[in-house]
Design a protein around this ligand. Structure first.
Ligand SMILES: NC(=O)c1ccc[n+]([C@@H]2O[C@H](COP(=O)([O-])OP(=O)(O)OC[C@H]3O[C@@H](n4cnc5c(N)ncnc54)[C@H](OP(=O)(O)O)[C@@H]3O)[C@@H](O)[C@H]2O)c1
Length: 335
């Protein structure tokens, strides 16, 4: 509530756009000034339903709106680069849904354009903006865990093959990696740094996308992360950060608001941090952080620096290379 009120424009009228607006409305003073869809009627219907002031039938019209301070790019993955570019070239600050781009090259292009134009840019990886992760950040910074040597994290969700969700569409960069796998991979690279080696094994989904992937990320000094993501089943979706002096467990779903449990090495009484398990109603934390940073004239947030967004995608690219997963517009792997 204390963050300065900005005028937001939203690109896209899908699942996350609805939840973001709902949460941000309930918990902050941010204003939703405009929404754009590729279809004018859809934009109008969405604007009426969510009380957004203006509706546009194209993304280009929205970024030309003088009243909009910051554009939230809430489109599917393959449209993030185009949406971010459009907004930045029109002089708007941007919050781009995760992942920042389809691959590290796209993400770096967005980061460079934002820096060049002197505009704020962040990836909407909401997990890193939650109070729960502020606690994790403090524990890691305090040295309480000793030397952190292992990270274990998974995120699996069953998708009905007949359900028609975009995650099952190869033309929209489907498969679990960008929607779900990005959470365990970003946690691992944040805690252990960029891995020196990436091993991975993938399994195809009958819909023609990747169905699940398991990967081992190792650093030169021998720290390891084991990450898994799947569309075939609901998995515990827990995360464990283990060090020589103690272990931090984030019960599932680890990427949403929830608990953090510290257990000293060799046993001892666990210490638990808890917060309301409010699911996607926690999306407002990222919006408030954007408003604070833009208000202070910053171009990035330390809670999710752009270099971290690019680093996560570099690891995801590495995992895909091991599994032969290619996204739309990318060159086919060498024979
Ligand atoms: N933070 C989270 O918890 C979370 C959760 C879910 C998704 N996400 C992220 O948010 C993004 C959107 O996901 P979503 O679940 O909201 O998807 P969605 O419901 O399918 O909505 C995506 C929107 O993208 C727009 N779009 C632009 N080009 C498109 C194209 N060629 N095909 C289809 N749609 C296109 C559409 O808006 P118009 O038709 O109105 O133009 C559509 O409504 C994804 O990148 C995802 O990773 C984040």
């Amino acid at each position: 509530m204390s963050a300065p009120a900005l005028d937001w424009g939203v690109l896209g009228t899908g699942w996350i756009a609805e939840r973001f607006i709902g949460s941000v409305r309930r918990h902050t003073r941010q204003r939703f000034t405009a929404v754009a869809s590729r279809d004018a009627a859809r934009a109008e219907e969405f604007a009426v339903r969510h009380g957004v002031t203006r509706a546009y039938g194209s993304y280009a019209e929205l970024v030309a709106d003088d009243e909009v301070d910051v554009v939230y790019v809430a489109t599917e993955h393959t449209a993030h680069l185009a949406g971010a570019r459009l907004a930045l070239e029109a002089g708007k600050h941007v919050l781009v849904e995760k992942p920042l781009g389809l691959n590290a090259g796209q993400a770096a292009e967005i980061a460079e354009l934002a820096a060049e134009r002197g505009l704020f840019c962040a990836e909407a990886l909401w997990t890193f903006f939650l109070p729960r992760f502020d606690v994790v950040r403090q524990v890691l910074g305090s040295g309480l865990l000793g030397e952190v040597r292992s990270v274990l994290a998974d995120l699996g969700e069953y998708f009905d093959p007949a359900g028609g969700h975009r995650i099952l569409r190869a033309d929209l960069a489907g498969g679990p990696l960008l929607d779900l796998g990005t959470y365990p991979v970003s946690l691992a690279t944040w805690v252990l740094g960029t891995p020196d080696t990436v091993q991975a094994s993938g399994v195809a989904h009958p819909a023609g996308v990747n169905g699940q992937v398991g990967a081992v990320l190792s650093t030169a000094r021998g720290d390891q992360a084991v990450v898994h993501t799947t569309l075939f089943s609901d998995t515990p979706t827990t995360a464990v950060i283990a060090g020589t002096k103690g272990t931090l467990t984030l019960p599932g779903p680890f990427y949403q608001p929830g608990d953090v449990v510290f257990t000293p090495a060799g046993g001892g009484t666990p210490l638990t941090y808890t917060e309301p398990h409010i699911g996607h109603d926690g999306l407002h934390f990222e919006a408030a952080e954007v408003a604070r940073r833009v208000g202070d004239g910053h171009l990035e947030t330390p809670l999710r620096p752009l270099a971290d967004s690019v680093a996560t995608l570099r690891v995801l690219d590495g995992i895909r290379r091991r599994c032969g997963i290619v996204f739309p517009g990318e060159p086919a792997p060498a024979a």
